[in-house]
Design a protein around this ligand. Structure first.
Ligand SMILES: NC(=O)c1ccc[n+]([C@@H]2O[C@H](COP(=O)([O-])OP(=O)(O)OC[C@H]3O[C@@H](n4cnc5c(N)ncnc54)[C@H](O)[C@@H]3O)[C@@H](O)[C@H]2O)c1
Length: 378
């Protein structure tokens, strides 16, 4: 097999980013990608995606309003890009096919679904991969690589900051309510919790958080209801190996530069990654580069490493080309039994950490992960 035939389930903003990146994979790799099915209940979105797919050379892409009507025989891999609250149901529907699945984060929105998915996926015969694009952004990938060299010694503290624009508008406004998204710390911050686990190489012991919806969405009403999603939060996580990690999220910082900052401090030095937001929101800003900066403890000057992002890849989405790099790895996993780099377990733990942080905000107490998950499974 040298061609992978994909079905895209959900053809909104992110579904179309996947389409553009699958086309780039097709143009740059020795193996080929084809998109054969575009599934979306919204007629406007599926027609828009069909036009895009055809313009990208995916001439066999056919649209469907429902997954149940799609012929499965000619599909090798599914990409789930429907709203968060649909993921568990869509995955459940796909499992009998035994085919490869790339499921957008968060893999599910409810704790009971986390356990259920892990059980059902045990022994799954094909690649099941949770899409965590933040891992694959070139500056983040460089940061991960550099940490692994041990140049800052043993990491003791880790800080992730994201200061950005508010949640964008979505089809049917599904992202305005926690019941649909899992809550901001699940929906958006599962990325950050996934990175924390990856960077510390450890598992979370306890989580303490404070947050609220203080600026955005206050005047919005949907069927008479006010949104209930956090727009800012601080989260502290203690890890089993003693590393202390924190997350600072602010979603009313539209002009922030950089948008994200990763900081790891070890016994020999400090490493930072500075990551600008997507170019399309700053058309006038000119060139903005991601940087990884090493500040050694011996106080010799900081060493700045500029991380270039291929402009074609950057233009294909909002994630510095990460969707492209992730598709290459996912494709290798499907074609050549390559490693699944973001497993169902990774996706589930990131959701559980987000849910624990939401619980901490609700109760004002630190949440012990073990007891939290044990209570949830009763
Ligand atoms: N990894 C990332 O960085 C990243 C970034 C953005 C979005 N996402 C994830 O991608 C998913 C989609 O987000 P989006 O921004 O594209 O939202 P969107 O609202 O723009 O698009 C979602 C689309 O799914 C369709 N849809 C609804 N129910 C469906 C169903 N049962 N089956 C098929 N399609 C269905 C909607 O009609 C809509 O067109 C979400 O899970 C979101 O969390 C991930």
């Amino acid at each position: 097999m040298n061609t992978l035939r994909y079905a895209i389930i959900g053809t909104g903003m992110m579904g179309q980013e996947h389409l553009r990146n699958l086309a780039l994979v097709n143009q740059t790799q020795t193996w080929k990608t084809e998109v054969v099915a575009l599934i979306d209940p919204d007629e406007t979105m599926r027609n828009e995606a069909a036009d895009l797919a055809h313009s990208l050379g995916f001439n066999s892409a056919i649209t469907y309003s429902q997954l149940s009507t799609v012929p499965m025989d000619n599909i090798d891999a599914f990409v789930i890009v429907s709203p968060n609250f649909t993921h568990h149901q869509v995955i459940t529907e796909l499992l009998p096919t035994g085919k490869a699945i790339l499921a957008e984060k968060p893999v599910c929105t409810k704790l009971e679904h986390c356990q259920d998915l892990l059980q059902r996926l045990e022994g799954y015969p094909a690649a099941f991969w949770v899409a965590m694009e933040y891992r694959y952004m070139p500056p983040t990938a460089r940061f991960i690589e550099r940490l692994a060299t041990g140049e800052i010694g043993q990491v003791r503290m880790l800080t992730i900051k994201e200061h950005r624009y508010p949640f964008l508008e979505k089809i049917g406004d599904w992202n305005r309510f926690s019941d649909n998204t899992g809550g901001t710390l699940v929906e958006k911050c599962c990325h950050h919790f996934d990175l924390m686990r990856l960077l510390t190489g450890s598992e979370p012991l306890r989580v303490f958080a404070s947050g609220g919806m203080d600026v955005n969405h206050l005047d919005e009403r949907y069927n008479g209801k006010t949104p209930d999603i956090l727009d800012n939060a601080l989260v502290i996580v203690d890890f089993e190996n003693g590393v202390r990690a924190s997350l600072e999220l602010c979603m009313f910082a539209d002009g922030a530069e950089p948008q994200e900052q990763l900081t790891a401090i070890g016994d020999k030095g400090k490493l930072d990654a500075y990551i600008p937001g997507p170019d399309r929101f700053w058309p006038e800003a000119g060139e903005r580069h991601s940087r990884v900066v090493l500040s050694p403890r011996d106080q010799s000057a900081p060493v700045v490493d500029i991380v270039e992002v291929d402009p074609t890849l950057a233009a294909a989405g909002d994630h510095h080309g990460s969707t492209f790099y992730q598709h290459i790895q996912f494709g290798q996993a499907v074609l050549h039994n390559g490693a699944v780099e973001v497993s169902a377990q990774d996706g589930v733990i990131a959701v559980q950490m987000g849910a624990a942080a939401q619980e901490s905000i609700r109760t004002g107490q630190a949440v012990d992960m073990k007891s939290f998950l044990m209570n949830a499974s009763r």
